[in-house]
Design a protein around this ligand. Structure first.
Ligand SMILES: [Zn+2]
Length: 341
C-alpha cells in the first residue's frame, strides 16, 4: 500500500509502506474509507516537535474491520468501527475512571494516513456502530476519532453545563468543535475567539453567540466587558501556547474551570498567580474512548455534524498539498480519500 511518511520539516511524502498485519493476538486491521490531517500533525511537519525521519503519519481513523487477532472478541470482520489515537484496554483503573488516554497499557496509534491500519488492543479501543453509516456520515464519524472527541473533552473538562457562559480560545478544528460541544451540552452564551472570517462563520453556525477578535490581555479585557466584569464559567483552551493558556486562565471567573486540550509548547504557569485566581484546570490528551458511544449516537441522530470542519477534500496521493493548505491556514482541516477503498 501507499501512505504518508514525514521525513523532515515540510517534507511529507506519499510512498510505499508495508501492509499492516496482525502482530499481537489483540490487534485488528481496518480499511479506511477516509482519513485526515490533524492540527497536531503540523507540530512535527513544521519542525517544532522532534520525530524520527521516516515517520508514518496520521492518527485519526474509522473504517471497516478486515481482520482480527485470535484474542479479539468484541469486534468482527465487516463491522464499521471508530477508535481513538491512543489504544487502551478499557479495563484498567484509569480506563474505569474514564481516562482511557492514561490507560496503563496505552499505545499510540500511528500511520493512519494510508488505506489500511493496525489497531492494537482492538477490544478496548474500537467501538462498532450498530448500523452501517451512510457515506454522508462517514466524515463526521472520522471527526469523532480525535477533533470532535477532543473538543467534547475540552467542554466536559471545563465543566460546561446547561446555561453556562463559555469562552473558546482557538479557532482550529478542535476549537470550532469545542463550540459545537458547548452548544450541544446546553451552554447559553458561547464566545469564540477568532480573527479569521471563514472560521468565525463556522463558529457561529456551530453555536457561537459572540466573536472576539482581540488576543492576549486585550482579548481578556473584551471577555470581561462581555461578562459584566465577571469572566466566563468555562473556558476551552484549544491552542497550547503561553499566550493562549494565559488568555484562557485570565478569562475564567473565580470558581470557574479551564479545559485545556491544546498540546502545550513552552507553557509555564506561575504557582502564586494561579493560587489567587481560584480556577480549576483539567486537560491533557482527550479520553476520546469514553465519549465515542454517546457521540456516535448524536451523529446518527443528526444532532451533530462535526464533519463540517473538513473544508478541503483531496485524494490521499495529494497529502502534501493537504499539509501545505493547513500550514498556510488556507484549510481548517483536510479530508483525504485513499484510492480503491
Ligand atoms: Zn486501561
Amino acid at each position: 500500500m501507499q501512505g504518508a511518511v514525514l521525513y523532515g520539516a515540510r517534507d511529507i511524502r506519499f510512498e510505499d509502506r508495508a501492509d499492516p498485519t496482525i502482530v499481537e493476538p489483540t490487534d485488528a486491521i481496518i480499511s479506511l474509507p477516509v482519513t485526515c490531517i490533524c492540527g497536531s500533525d503540523l507540530w512535527p511537519y513544521r519542525g517544532v516537535s522532534p520525530f524520527p525521519a521516516g515517520t508514518p503519519m496520521g492518527h485519526e481513523y474509522c473504517g471497516y474491520v478486515e481482520e482480527v487477532g485470535r484474542d479479539v472478541t468484541s469486534v468482527k470482520r465487516g463491522q464499521f468501527v471508530i477508535g481513538s489515537f491512543f489504544a487502551s484496554d478499557n479495563t484498567c483503573p484509569h480506563c474505569h475512571h474514564g481516562f482511557q488516554s492514561s490507560c496503563v497499557h496505552k499505545t499510540a496509534v500511528g500511520g493512519a494516513q494510508a488505506p489500511r491500519l493496525r489497531v492494537p488492543l482492538a477490544d478496548g479501543t474500537l467501538v462498532a456502530t450498530r448500523d452501517m453509516p451512510d457515506v454522508d456520515h462517514i466524515p463526521s464519524m472520522l471527526a469523532l476519532s480525535d477533533v470532535m472527541g477532543t473538543g467534547w473533552f475540552a467542554a466536559d473538562a471545563a465543566n460546561v453545563k446547561p446555561g453556562s457562559t463559555v469562552v473558546v480560545v482557538g479557532d482550529g478544528a478542535v476549537g470550532l468543535l469545542g463550540v459545537l460541544s458547548a452548544k450541544q451540552i446546553g451552554a447559553e452564551r458561547i464566545i469564540a475567539m477568532s480573527r479569521h472570517e471563514a472560521r468565525q462563520k463556522l463558529a457561529r453556525e456551530f453555536g457561537a453567540t459572540d466573536i472576539v477578535t482581540e488576543r492576549g490581555d486585550e482579548g481578556v479585557e473584551r471577555i470581561k466587558q462581555l461578562t459584566n466584569g465577571v469572566g466566563a464559567d468555562s473556558v476551552l483552551e484549544c491552542v497550547g501556547t503561553q499566550e493562549s493558556m494565559m488568555q484562557a486562565i485570565k478569562s475564567t471567573r473565580p470558581g470557574g474551570s479551564v479545559g485545556y486540550v491544546g498540546v502545550p509548547h513552552g507553557v509555564t504557569l506561575d504557582g502564586a498567580d494561579l493560587f489567587f485566581r481560584h480556577v480549576r484546570l483539567l486537560g491533557g490528551p482527550a479520553p476520546v474512548r469514553r465519549y465515542l458511544p454517546q457521540l456516535i449516537d448524536l451523529v446518527f441522530a443528526g444532532k451533530i455534524n462535526p464533519g463540517k470542519v473538513f473544508d478541503l477534500v483531496l485524494p490521499l496521493d495529494q497529502v502534501a498539498e493537504g499539509y501545505r493548505a493547513m500550514d498556510e491556514r488556507r484549510a481548517i482541516k483536510t479530508l483525504l480519500r485513499p484510492s480503491g477503498n
